[in-house]
Write a protein of this length. Structure first.
Lengths: 318, 100
């Protein structure tokens, strides 16, 4: 309970809620698009650098098993999402595949908020955790698009385009690039950029979450149109996939902090890489479904309740 | 000054298809264009691009037959799937051979 309260009263989450409130009141607090893009680039690069520096300290042997586990989770979690969506909603196969791709992939900002929470509490976690974020970003989208199967056969060319979009998109390039830079940089040269990428990080996150709150708040207006089944699914899927991530993380020997982070990764839904890829590969799918669920329901749920839940589960198991 | 009639083709599309659209234009023989980004709202009410910027407006000068060819391509590949509109207006240019 205290953990949930700590999460809700962090400046980052409060700024997010302010953004949601502003959107509901139709107040104009959005940052300019260019600033939004710059901030998300900063977050991607900063998370990558931090994970890369952690990767340098950890040996290959230490990282291999968690990475393999992340790949396996990247394949299994979209399938679970598909099953939950089929049980709880009446979405067409193409819409279901589109939503599935979002839940198979992962959310940088949810992960970042969880890392910031651990840092603020002084809790330990594997410093290379951002590597798992990079690993989990791609397979889920691919599995989701494959699950669209025959229904999207007409969009075959679009699928290749979508894969290219994911692999060369800003999020993968900056994240993997940041990991490489962080891993290659010497500790002393890393220290020279740390004031920008480490010290200022929590503050920039607050600014970004304010903007994201506005986007999520706008999506909230579409929630009634999505229907109760889809809204319930948008809460059930993160709990199922997040718990599985915590279980697997604990089983492969991650610390409670690390296992909780893996739960955050598997329990979160993408809204950066996935929407662009899905829009290209499955243009007939309705964006209102996948953006409303991932950004309007699952992201706020994880931010306020999901993150404390996954960490509590990890501590209970660890 | 002596001017030559050409077609001015304007395409407004959701930003996510920009790269693909420009490749297809090049394949269709279009040699140059100007892209500007903007905001707006259309009948499809598709707002998938909060993350990718809102809309792009692509303008190009070309021959009437080339413009017809591009419109046919758009009708087949884009209009049924994506939020895209396009229109052609007459224009007068100097250096006509640059565009025809």
């Amino acid at each position: 309970m205290q953990a949930a309260l700590d999460t809700v009263t962090s400046p980052a989450v409060l700024a997010f809620l302010l953004g949601v409130l502003a959107a509901l009141l139709r107040s104009d607090v959005r940052l300019p698009d260019a600033v939004h893009t710059a901030l998300s680039s900063y977050l991607l690069l900063a998370i990558g650098l931090k994970g890369g520096a952690g990767l340098r300290q950890a040996g290959v042997g230490e990282v291999a098993l968690p990475v393999l586990a992340a790949v396996a989770l990247g394949i299994v979690t979209p399938m679970l999402a598909w099953v939950v969506l089929r049980a709880l909603t009446r979405l067409s196969p193409v819409d279901r595949a589109a939503v599935t791709a979002h839940y198979g992939s992962t959310s940088l900002v949810t992960f970042t908020a969880a890392v910031a929470l651990l840092d603020s509490r002084g809790d330990a976690y594997e410093p290379y955790a951002a590597t798992l974020l990079a690993v989990l970003e791609v397979p889920g989208i691919l599995v989701g698009l494959l699950l669209a199967g025959g229904a999207a056969a007409a969009a075959g060319a679009g699928r290749a385009e979508a894969v290219r979009e994911v692999l060369t998109g800003r999020s993968i390039m900056l994240l993997t690039g940041g990991l490489a830079i962080g891993a290659l940089a010497t500790p002393s040269s890393y220290d020279t950029v740390a004031p920008l990428f480490v010290t200022l990080f929590p503050g920039v996150l607050v600014l970004f979450l304010l903007d994201l709150g506005v986007l999520a708040g706008r999506r909230l207006r579409d929630v009634p149109a999505a229907g109760p089944g889809l809204v319930v699914a948008a809460v059930v899927i993160p709990v199922v996939n997040g718990s599985l991530g915590v279980l697997v993380g604990t089983a492969v020997g991650l610390s409670p902090g690390g296992a909780g982070l893996l739960g955050v990764l598997t329990g979160s839904a993408s809204y950066i890489a996935a929407p662009a890829a899905v829009r290209l590969a499955l243009p007939q799918a309705n964006p209102a479904y996948y953006l409303t669920t991932s950004l309007g329901v699952t992201f706020p749920f994880n931010l306020v309740l999901g993150i404390p839940l996954y960490f509590a589960l990890a501590r209970a198991l660890g | 000054m002596r001017t030559v009639p050409v077609a001015c083709l304007t395409i407004v599309a959701e930003a996510v298809v920009e790269a693909r659209l420009l490749r297809d234009l090049e394949t269709a023989g279009v040699r140059g264009w100007t892209v500007t980004s903007g905001q707006g709202r259309g009948t499809s009410h598709i707002d998938a691009s909060d993350w990718e910027g809102a809309n792009v407006r692509i303008e190009t000068l070309l021959s009437t037959t080339a413009a017809d060819r591009v419109l046919a391509m758009l009708s087949q590949e884009y209009f049924p799937r994506f939020a895209v509109v396009a229109w052609v207006t007459p224009a007068q240019v100097v250096r006509g051979d640059k565009f025809l």
